[in-house]
Design a protein around this ligand. Structure first.
Ligand SMILES: [Zn+2]
Length: 151
């Protein structure tokens, strides 16, 4: 399994650039598999590319109902509504494991490219919305200790 970078690692603070060419995202299949393996092994719901030291503007997230993973390339939150404060964990805060309370939008509209390079717009609520905001922060070099309150 790929090692997940832990807080303090400089790579986690860098903004991951957008992918300009979306015509052959299947070249990232192996990378997607690595991220899924990390989630499975560490019991996480999602993981961003830069958390394992790569620089692809993408994260994977598990659908908690179907158990299937999906990759979200160039994710962009185009709308957010409502507010809620909730407790979050992070694969990059496991040594030692800590959790943070973070204020997030309750529901979001996300634009992203799927593995075929097709643009998708999808609405997410509650836990999935929270998770996506957390992963988008990672891709912008932001970890939740910068914006939340330690439990
Ligand atoms: Zn995280």
């Amino acid at each position: 399994m790929r090692k997940v970078l832990q807080v303090g690692h400089e790579h986690l603070t860098r903004v991951v650039p957008e992918l300009e060419d979306l015509t052959n995202l299947k070249v990232y299949r192996n990378h997607i598999c690595e991220l899924i393996e990390v989630c499975e092994e560490m019991n996480g719901m999602a993981c961003a590319s830069n958390q394992i030291g790569e620089s692809v503007r993408m994260f994977v997230m598990k659908n908690l109902i179907t158990g299937e993973y999906k990759a979200y390339f160039n994710p962009w939150i185009i709308e957010g509504n409502g507010r809620n404060r909730g407790l979050e964990g992070c694969l990059s805060f496991r040594e030692p494991e800590v959790q943070y309370y973070v204020r997030r939008k309750q529901n979001i509209k996300l634009k992203y490219a799927d593995i075929n390079g097709d643009e998708q717009i999808e609405v997410f609520v509650d836990l999935e919305a929270r998770c996506i905001q957390h992963e988008c922060d990672h891709l912008n070099g932001i970890t939740f200790d910068k914006i939340g309150k330690l439990k």
